[in-house]
Design a protein. Structure first.
Length: 319
């Protein structure tokens, strides 16, 4: 769950605790150039106050009216469709004839939402199944491989960090990178065995390991939903992590360093039990070239490259 939808969840819980009637709308299907992805949330209070978005502002006003006048009086979820025709799409400002199909829950269960919030806070992935005939939800343990689904009978959606970023090193750049990764819906793990960095990363939103990077990567298990970014500037630590990461299914592996240092690193890695194909997976110098100079700017370039690889977007040639 990304930071935007997490704020929706927190708002819905807060409003329900205060006694406000609340409906939650979820994007369950899109056609064309819909501005918000499947699974996006919008919480609507009876007085018209909202948190989140399902269309970037195109249909929200009409949806608020329907919730206030119709949907909140019901007890079971309702499917709402916008943009069936080109005329309606134009009326609601949906780009390129886009269409949205929403599931609106007029009676979200406070206990269920509180439990989801609790599990997210502990970095657990949770699968919620909503029975569309009753509106009742059940929670089960989820996984990074769960896919969103909505049929005529039920909706299944997962909450929690489906993607994970492992950062080697706990310096200033690592913390900026961690912050941007958290905001981009990554679970963040930082590994650094150096004692001088341990005290500076006392944070509940980051898992911190003090073991040797290669051992920790084997311990936590690196899958195809994991990115590994080596940022210590210490070849002994970075190279150890990279040797394991490049052999793993990680969708992204990158390391900090100049072009010259990156070439030397690749030559060193070939001296170990890594193939040329595995070494070629290394992104270095890490990040998309944007002329970044400061740690936060470099962190932006790193996240940009990781996200591009995540979605299979072509990365411009580095200068």
């Amino acid at each position: 769950m990304n930071s935007t939808d997490l704020s929706v969840l927190k708002a819905a819980v807060h409003w329900l605790k205060e006694g406000h009637p609340v409906a939650i709308a979820t994007v369950v299907q899109t056609w064309g150039s819909a501005p918000r992805p499947v699974g996006s949330w919008l919480a609507i209070r009876q007085d018209g106050q909202v948190a989140g978005s399902v269309s970037g502002g195109c249909v929200e006003d009409d949806l608020i009216r329907r919730v206030q006048t119709e949907i909140l009086t019901r007890s079971t979820p309702e499917l709402v469709v916008y943009g069936v025709s080109q005329q309606e799409a134009a009326r609601f400002g949906l780009p390129c004839g886009g269409t949205l199909r929403l599931l609106v829950e007029p009676k979200p269960e406070l206990a269920v939402l509180e439990k989801i919030l609790e599990l997210i806070s502990s970095h657990q992935i949770t699968l919620r199944t909503v029975d569309l005939s009753t509106g009742k939800s059940t929670l089960t343990v989820g996984s990074r491989h769960d896919e969103f689904m909505c049929t005529e009978k039920e909706m299944r959606t997962s909450y929690g960090p489906r993607w994970r970023m492992v950062i080697i090193g706990a310096g200033q750049l690592s913390l900026y990178t961690a912050d941007f990764a958290l905001a981009s819906d990554f679970e963040v793990i930082v590994i650094d065995p150096r004692e001088e960095y341990a005290e500076g990363i006392d944070r509940s939103d980051i898992s911190f390991y003090t073991g040797m990077p290669d051992d920790v990567l084997l311990e936590i298990g690196v899958d195809a939903h994991t990115a590994v970014v080596a940022l210590t500037h210490d070849p002994k630590l970075d190279d150890m992590a990279l040797m394991e990461a490049l052999k793993s299914p990680a969708f992204y592996v990158g390391a900090l360093g100049s072009r010259n240092n990156t070439q030397k690193r690749k030559e060193r890695l070939l001296e170990f039990d890594l193939s040329q194909e595995q070494v070629n997976r290394l992104h270095g110098p890490v990040g998309i070239y944007i002329g970044a100079l400061t740690p936060p700017e470099i962190a932006v370039s790193i996240l940009a490259e990781v996200i591009a690889v995540k979605y299979g977007v072509h990365i411009p040639k580095k200068q």
